[in-house]
Design a protein around this ligand. Structure first.
Ligand code: DOR
Ligand code: ZN
Length: 354
């Protein structure tokens, strides 16, 4: 048995308010605990999006009543809410900027709309950018010009990891995360994931080439965090004519990464640093006293969507054999998960910016 700290996932979509048939703070934080996470930071592309005091309250009230692990809620950067967002920074997890298209309506096309956010959001708190390829280069240029930290969400390309490496060498305050699906899957796997339903392979950023995947592994030292980008959509939605992009990830991330440790592709310290130390520092998160995760590093099992707590009822890793199972999670002195059962009550979770 190995003991890990409570893990931190700085990038999840818990769908509340507005799409609780996909997930809510209850099912999403149950999935988090089952995956070894004790803090999740929820994205703002909900319905309505979280962009001002009233919508932030909506999400935080739901979280206070339903979350079973600790949580934070991002505020979304809109075309005209830079002052409001900065004024709410004390209670929000951070500011999320959507600079490329994805699920939801929060997208800032025009760079004049980026500027007030880079200027006004407190420099001690994270500004997280969904920015791919050349848009990512622009986001890093903004970080340099406004001399503030920017965290690049879900990098997936060789050109991205190489540019971040170069930017870090120049002293630009850029950090980044990579998702397990961009480390363990490439576009070549889409037919296997799809089972005849191409929508199941849809995710943003898209699955990339084998060469991109190899570059992420090769430059692991450039990657600050592992984040799931847990993006649940129901199997019916994924298999529809208009499939939304996104993969669930909370319950598969740690077992996949532990399996990579067993294969000699990662060390336990690689996991510790990217799922605890770095996210805690980058996102300025509080200590969780008496909190830990117990993992049986020798238990092998098959990933099955039917056994997951997420409401979306599918996983791109169905049938994968993994080695390393979360047995127990203790959160602030209380056993929150044990032997496949979530024991923390709805409402036990606290706001990390509380
Ligand atoms: O695939 C994705 N799904 N990428 C995103 O950036 C958003 C997410 C979602 O909310 O479904
Ligand atoms: Zn996301």
């Amino acid at each position: 048995m190995i003991k890990l700290p409570g893990l931190i996932d700085p990038h999840v979509h818990l769908r509340e308010p507005g799409a609780t048939h996909k997930e809510d703070f209850d099912s999403g934080t149950s999935a988090a605990l089952a995956g070894g996470f004790t803090i999740v930071l929820a994205m703002p592309n909900t319905k309505p999006p979280i962009f001002d005091a009233a919508t932030l309250d909506l999400a935080l009230n739901a979280a206070r009543q339903k979350a079973r692990c600790d949580f934070g809620q991002y505020i979304g950067a809109g075309p005209d809410n830079a002052d409001i967002a900065a004024s709410l920074s004390g209670t929000a997890a951070g500011l999320k900027m959507y600079l490329d298209s994805t699920f939801g309506e929060l997208r800032l096309d025009d760079m004049t709309l980026w500027q007030p956010h880079f200027e006004k959001y407190p420099k001690t708190l994270p500004l997280v950018a969904h920015s791919e390829s050349r848009t990512m280069a622009a986001a890093i240029l903004f970080a340099a010009i406004y001399d503030r930290p920017v965290h690049i969400a879900h990098i997936s390309l060789k050109e991205e990891v190489l540019l971040i490496k170069a930017a870090k060498e120049k002293g630009i305050k850029v950090t980044c995360e990579v998702c397990p699906h961009h480390l363990f899957l490439s576009k070549d796997d889409i037919p296997v994931i799809s089972h005849g339903h191409p929508g199941r392979g849809e995710v943003r950023p898209r699955l990339s080439t084998k060469e991109d995947v190899a570059a992420l592994w090769q430059h692991m030292d450039v990657i600050d965090c592992f984040a799931t980008d847990h993006a649940p959509h129901t199997i019916e939605e994924k298999d529809s004519d208009n499939p939304p992009p996104g993969f669930p990830g909370l319950e598969t991330a740690l077992p996949l990464l532990l399996t990579a440790v067993d294969d000699g592709r990662l060390t336990m310290d690689d996991i510790f640093v990217r799922m605890y130390t770095n996210p805690k520092n980058i996102f300025n998160l509080p200590e969780q006293p008496e909190t830990w995760v117990e993992v049986d590093e020798n238990e092998t099992y098959e990933i099955k969507a039917a056994e997951q707590f997420t409401r979306c009822n599918w996983t791109p890793f169905e049938g994968w054999k993994v080695k390393g199972r979360v047995k127990k999670v203790v959160l602030r002195g209380k056993t929150a998960f044990e032997d496949g059962k979530v024991l923390a009550e709805a409402g036990y979770g606290r706001n990390v910016r509380g």
